[in-house]
Design a binder for this molecule. Structure first.
Ligand code: ZN
Length: 159
């Protein structure tokens, strides 16, 4: 979705014409309980055309697809299903955290006011980040990345 009704909030090239009130009304169209059901909330910033041309070529999609397939196969071999399908009660067994990673996740959940559902979603994403890194253990870096993938819209309270 756009960050606001004019679409330019956070755009370095064009000024947003919305008042803070309009921004919060626009973003409020997605309710907390709805946002609670999303795994990834990612801000995609505008890239000026000049910089677009200077970007280094990214990783080919076929390489990324292979990594994703390997991560999914790892999850299925471990627990018989994809990470997204893990039940909350199975997370303790299959998504065990290193102590520092556990502390980071608990601190963030408290600070950002996550529901139990959000907490479990971030944990599943951290499990996937670890699988993508070919790591059986979920370390602090995996949890930190999962938290970043839930940052949400600019100017919105964290979901
Ligand atoms: Zn705007």
């Amino acid at each position: 979705m756009n960050p606001c009704s004019c679409g330019h909030l956070g755009n370095p090239l064009r000024a947003c014409r919305c008042t803070p009130d309009q921004v919060s009304r626009y973003q409020g169209r997605l309710s907390g309980p709805f946002l609670d059901r999303l795994d990834l909330l990612i801000e995609v910033p505008v890239i000026p055309p000049r910089e677009l041309q200077d970007l280094a070529p990214g990783e080919p999609s076929v390489v990324v697809a292979e990594r994703v397939a390997a991560a999914r196969a790892r999850a299925v071999a471990r627990q018989g299903c994809a990470n997204a399908q893990l039940q909350a009660q199975d997370l303790t067994t299959h998504a065990a955290l290193e102590p520092a990673a556990k502390a980071l996740l608990e601190r963030s959940a408290e600070k950002l006011g996550w529901s139990a559902r959000s907490f479990h979603r971030v944990l599943r994403v951290a499990r996937t980040v670890a699988d993508l890194a070919d790591s059986e253990r979920i370390a602090t870096a995996h949890v930190a990345e999962a938290i970043q993938l839930r940052r949400g819209l600019p100017g919105a309270p964290s979901a």
